[in-house]
Design a binder for this molecule. Structure first.
Ligand SMILES: Cc1ncc(COP(=O)(O)O)c(C=O)c1O
Length: 382
């Protein structure tokens, strides 16, 4: 089913062109209202029941599990950031000297530093897979996976330009070589279809404030069997078995709740955040990542042609996503003048050197892309 624009859900004024959901998603109205409900509850703490600490979190986990195609919601943990999830993962991996950890060139730092620490701890090596002009990134990644590979840690796309990775093929090569496959879905889950059943990662970590429209400070993790008996990086009371029985909390409990529950961050039952997250995930599931991708393609395809005609370079559709992509600017453009013009016209995108990263969603229309093209055209004409 194709979607009409959903601008009515958002609170973005008509004169603003926000093409930067990849940096920070705007809360849509249902999320805002859910947050206000949470604040009201906090203003009257005597209305908070014991079950409010647990039941909404279960509902949230079920929604995230549905979105990523996982049948058991106990495989989901609620975490505060992607870096927390990656730190939890690296806390539960033992390597041998000389093992290799594969990462992608210019990977997001939250999915790099913990790997570097792990490599140093075990005298292992970080192998960075890069791509030169004309090369195919997926081929380079597949060729780099050998019996020395202990872990492949990467995203579904490159966070800076939307280059799409063939996770299914990479996953089967990691299995062939008994390597762990850890995915950072922060720039894709919610906007690009993803199925744990199909890809079979060992863990999937995902920031929640971008394509999942959650508040800043909420994130999600899926943990597979490798992590079933692991060690969390902190010990929160609510992750232990029978923690619903408040009167018995100091009868210290050896056992955790099942599977990934041990990895949830302390206070993950945050009344305000959880309400907002539930409202956000319900709406994303109703929209569907497939239809979101299709919508983003429809509103951007004309602009992509026009931008190419202006001398900009954009990857071919088959190897990039539509909700996030990079525009390599023509050599002769005055970048400072472009930045000033975009700011003056209230067009929001991300800059990296002579690349622009554009990211769009149902809050955008073809008009937003026309304004971007128009702005670039006028700066180039000067
Ligand atoms: C690929 C990717 N992973 C993770 C994050 C966020 O990491 P964290 O939640 O640790 O701040 C970002 C933010 O831009 C990102 O682009």
């Amino acid at each position: 089913m194709s979607l009409a624009n959903q601008k009515k859900h958002f609170d973005i004024p008509e004169n603003i062109t926000y093409l930067n959901t990849a940096s920070q998603a705007p809360a849509f109205k249902a999320i805002y209202e859910a947050g206000i409900e949470g604040l009201k509850q906090k203003s009257r703490p005597y209305t908070i029941k014991g079950s409010d600490y647990f039941e909404p979190v279960v509902e949230l986990k079920k929604l995230f599990a549905e979105l990523i195609d996982v049948s058991n919601y106990n495989r989901i943990a609620c975490i505060p950031s992607a870096s927390y999830g990656i730190a939890t993962v690296t806390n539960n991996i033992v390597l041998k000297e000389g093992d290799e950890i594969l990462v992608i060139d210019e990977q997001f730092p939250s999915n790099y530093y913990s790997w570097k620490n792990l490599a140093e701890k075990y005298d292992a090596t970080i192998k960075t897979i890069s791509k030169k002009e004309g090369e195919l990134w997926n081929t380079n990644i597949l060729n780099a996976i050998t019996n020395k590979t202990a872990v492949v840690a990467m995203g579904h796309i490159h966070w800076s330009n939307g280059s799409l990775f063939d996770l299914k093929t990479i996953s089967s090569k990691t299995k062939q070589h008994k390597a762990l496959f850890i995915i950072d879905g922060s720039q894709t889950i919610g906007a690009l279809p993803f199925s744990v059943k199909e890809i079979q990662p060992d863990a999937l970590i995902c920031a929640g404030y971008k394509w999942l429209f959650g508040p800043y400070g909420c994130a999600y993790a899926y943990f597979g069997e490798h992590f079933d008996h692991g060690n969390p990086i902190e010990e929160n009371w609510s992750n232990r078995l029978d923690s619903e029985n408040f009167a018995g909390l100091t009868n210290y409990q050896e056992e955790y709740k099942p599977l990934a529950n041990r990895y949830s961050v302390g206070e993950s039952g945050n009344f305000i955040y959880v309400k907002m997250q539930i409202a956000a995930l319900k709406q994303i599931i109703a929209w569907t990542p497939n239809a979101i991708q299709e919508y983003c393609k429809n509103i951007s395809s004309e602009a992509v042609k026009e931008l190419r005609n202006l001398g900009c370079q954009i990857e071919e559709e088959s190897i990039r996503t539509h909700h996030l992509f990079g525009i390599k600017l023509p050599e002769n453009i005055n970048i400072e003048a472009l930045k000033a013009s975009l700011a003056q016209q209230q067009i929001f995108v991300s800059f990296r050197g002579n690349y622009i990263r554009v990211s769009c969603h149902l809050l955008n229309t073809t008009e937003d892309f026309s304004r971007l093209v128009h702005c670039l055209t006028s700066v180039l004409a000067k």
